[in-house]
Ligand binder design. Structure first.
Ligand code: FES
Length: 313
């Protein structure tokens, strides 16, 4: 279910001025690249001449040269600027233009506006100032995008883990709508704890999951009981082909000291190991066993947006 919005489509460092990057986001097949000055561009990944992927071509100045017959397309407008072997009396026909998309960078992600209407002025990840040690990664998971978002609310432990932490099924309140994300807190405990988590009355940790209603990034925070941030993770998720989902993430470790943290957690932080891991392989049995609970709200809110956007067209 694609909505008109800014989609976080790639990590900024994965887009360069040498090799174009093919991505799929918001249901569109795109190619991302930069010019020598670092400006980022997004075009449909399809040459208007013979439909060959433009990502097989190469970057030329602020444009992309198709690898098949060498036509060049401007990154900002998509206009065809060069066709090799034209005679002096021939001009490049204007109708041969690639579809161009607006692209902007914020907080380490390249965002692309996909859909109808004027691009929103504010990028979804602009509400965060990155701090702490940084960890990044990417994967394609065999799960649809809608399901990935739903499971992130119903059972995030099926999709990711925090080192030495056990997430529980205990919600700390109802899901809240905050800045276009559905936010849910659940209790968590250190995995070194002896009592089973269902007998714990007071959770020393909180896992806060914030799932976007449109585009943007999923945000997951590991917090202490008094809401001191220990780790923050942003995951860009978008529908890929054949029911799969592309992920790229950027996460931060905020502090290495935390009262009550087990030795394993402290030693790993001191050694600089990532405090979280995002699953590249999904356990189908675990997903199938999950109850559909908070994700019902997400589904309804996302449906509402689609209906509103259809009515606005
Ligand atoms: S297919 Fe791209 S220039 Fe011909």
């Amino acid at each position: 279910m694609a909505t008109s919005s800014w989609w976080a489509s790639a990590l900024c460092e994965s887009v360069n001025n040498v090799k174009p990057l093919a991505v799929i986001c918001g249901g569109e097949e795109l190619v991302l690249f930069r010019n020598a000055e670092g400006q980022v561009f997004a075009l449909e990944d399809r040459c208007p001449h013979r439909r060959v992927p433009l990502s097989l071509g190469c970057v030329v100045g602020s444009g992309l040269q198709c690898g098949y017959h060498g036509w060049t397309f401007d990154g900002a407008s998509g206009a065809c600027t060069v066709i090799p072997n034209l005679s002096a009396s021939e001009r490049v026909p204007q109708r041969h233009a690639a579809r161009a998309f607006m692209a902007k960078e914020s907080n380490g992600f390249v965002h692309v506006w996909v859909g109808d209407g004027e691009p929103g002025a504010t990028l979804p990840s602009a509400d965060y100032s990155p701090t702490g040690r940084e960890y990044t990664g990417s994967a394609v998971v065999s799960m649809t995008h809608d399901e990935y978002l739903a499971v992130m609310l119903d059972g995030p432990n099926c999709l990711l883990s925090f080192d030495a932490v056990q997430m529980t099924d205990f919600f700390l309140g109802d899901p809240q709508l905050v800045n276009d994300r559905l936010v849910l807190d659940r209790g968590a405990v250190w995995s070194s704890q002896i009592l089973p988590s269902q007998f714990v009355a007071d959770y020393p940790l909180i896992v806060r999951t914030a799932v976007p209603l449109r585009g943007g990034t999923i945000r997951v925070d590991l917090l202490s009981q008094d809401e001191t941030p220990l780790s923050t993770l942003f995951i860009s998720a978008s529908a890929n082909r054949r029911g799969t989902t592309s992920l790229c993430w950027r996460g931060f470790q905020h502090t290495t000291s935390m009262a009550g943290a087990p030795l394993r957690w402290r030693a790993s932080r001191t050694a600089g190991r990532a405090p979280f891991s995002v699953n590249a392989t999904i356990n189908g049995s675990a997903i199938a066993a999950l109850l559909v609970a908070p994700s019902r709200d997400l589904h309804e809110l996302r449906q509402q947006i689609v209906v509103e956007q259809r009515l606005a067209v």
